[in-house]
Design a protein around this ligand. Structure first.
Ligand code: NAP
Length: 283
């Protein structure tokens, strides 16, 4: 049976390190990192993500502020809030929870965030720096995936990695980061032909689709590493994109859902907030 990479357990360790780092920074600079989150509307999933982020910040000793606005807020008002946070020396990380209501141009809002405070790593300049291999704030989910792979010292160099999904927040950056680790990367998406064949060739599969059972055991090579990013609700139960029960006997490592990539995403956000603080506050 393959080894389960518990994002929950790993997060506990990494978040404890973040807490200790925050204490050390407080001692040195007399202040702690401050993350400001802007939440627009009443979307239950967004509210739950933001609550999770708030709780994790508090536990790690990071100051967090949530600015809640109704979904009737205008684009201009939201841009004003972002600008105020950009200019506030006591705020080190700015995050606007996505998705935004349809009348607001998400790109405009992302572009408005000061890149030194861009804890999500979604600003086009941060994305460009990441692609160029220059120092950048990395998007939280792919960063969490790398932390999981590194935590088990999984050999990446020269491995065939298949990323299923090409979103800007998961698939594309995960592909880029694995390429930087010297994997040979293939990206699959909804128009990909022969997904099974491509999966069977992969040493590492990252599934970021949002559809339960996209990857089944017959699609996985013996000893492959399977990272399941998907979050799906099936009969009231939270499941990933991969058939965990059947695949775990074939894979060398596999991440569960829940308790896998999800907690690592928030953990990476804490690390990013710390990184932004250090960049801003360090003389
Ligand atoms: P997304 O923007 O909807 O992207 C989904 C991707 O899957 C698209 O590129 C799509 O292809 C591809 N796809 C759809 N059906 C496919 C199929 N049958 N075969 C192969 N590829 C297919 O989603 P996302 O934001 O990347 O998120 C993906 C999943 O991860 C969701 O379940 C989301 O909830 C979850 N997620 C989890 C975390 C976490 O922290 N655990 C964080 C972010 C996302 P096209 O480009 O051709 O449409």
């Amino acid at each position: 049976m393959g080894e389960i990479i518990s994002g929950k357990a790993l997060s506990k360790d990494v978040r404890e390190q973040v807490r200790l780092d925050v204490l050390a920074l407080q001692e040195k600079y007399g202040k702690v990192p401050h993350l400001a989150v802007v939440l627009v509307g009443e979307d239950p999933a967004s509210q739950s993500y933001v609550r999770g982020k708030e709780r994790a910040c508090t536990k790690a000793g990071i100051h967090s502020t949530v600015i809640r606005k109704p979904d009737t807020i205008s684009e201009e008002e939201l841009l004003d809030i972002v600008e105020t946070l950009n200019n506030d020396d006591e705020v080190h990380g700015v995050l606007v929870q996505l998705p935004l209501p349809k009348h607001i141009d998400e790109n405009k809002v992302i572009d408005a965030i000061d890149i030194t405070k861009d804890v999500d790593g979604f600003h086009p300049l941060n994305v460009a720096y990441m692609h160029l291999g220059r120092p950048a704030i990395l998007p939280a989910t792919p960063k969490g995936i790398l932390t999981m792979l590194h935590s088990k010292n999984i050999e990446l160099q020269g491995k065939d990695a298949l990323i299923i999904g090409r979103s800007n927040i998961v698939g594309k950056p995960a592909a880029m980061l694995l390429m930087k680790e010297h994997c040979t990367v293939t990206i699959a998406h909804s128009r990909t032909k022969n997904l099974k064949e491509k999966c069977l060739r992969a040493d590492i599969i990252v599934a970021a689709v949002g559809r339960a059972n996209t990857v089944t055991a017959d699609m996985v090579k013996e000893g492959a590493v399977v990272i399941d990013v998907g979050v799906n609700r099936v009969d009231g139960k939270l499941v990933g994109d991969c058939d965990f029960e059947a695949i775990k006997d074939k894979a060398s490592y596999i991440t569960p859902v829940p308790g896998g990539v999800g907690p690592m995403t928030i953990t990476s956000l804490l690390q990013n907030t710390l990184e932004c603080f250090e960049r801003i506050v360090k003389p």
